[in-house]
Design a protein around this ligand. Structure first.
Ligand SMILES: [Zn+2]
Length: 82
């Protein structure tokens, strides 16, 4: 599942900050609705293609192992360009 989050910065800044971006705290699992904080579970790199240039950005993944998520499910956060 992909969730969108407005980091309040442009893609270039997001790319420069890499894993140092201020990633949101997910207090609830969007899969099973368990109200327990999801833990960050690694990152992966993707290309971000924009009219102003192409960037390599890090996407963070969150993992849930609670409730109905017997097998860990993941939530991924994508940057929204302003
Ligand atoms: Zn869950």
């Amino acid at each position: 599942m992909i969730q969108f989050h407005d980091f309040g910065i442009d893609v270039q800044t997001y790319a420069e900050r890499g894993k140092e971006n201020v990633f949101p705290l997910l207090k609830k699992c969007p899969h099973c609705r368990a109200k327990r904080p999801l833990h960050r579970h690694g990152y992966y790199e993707r290309n971000a293609l924009t009219p102003h240039g192409d960037y390599r950005i890090w996407i963070v993944r969150y993992r849930c192992g609670f409730g109905a998520c017997h097998r860990p499910k993941f939530v991924e956060i994508l940057v929204i360009k302003r």
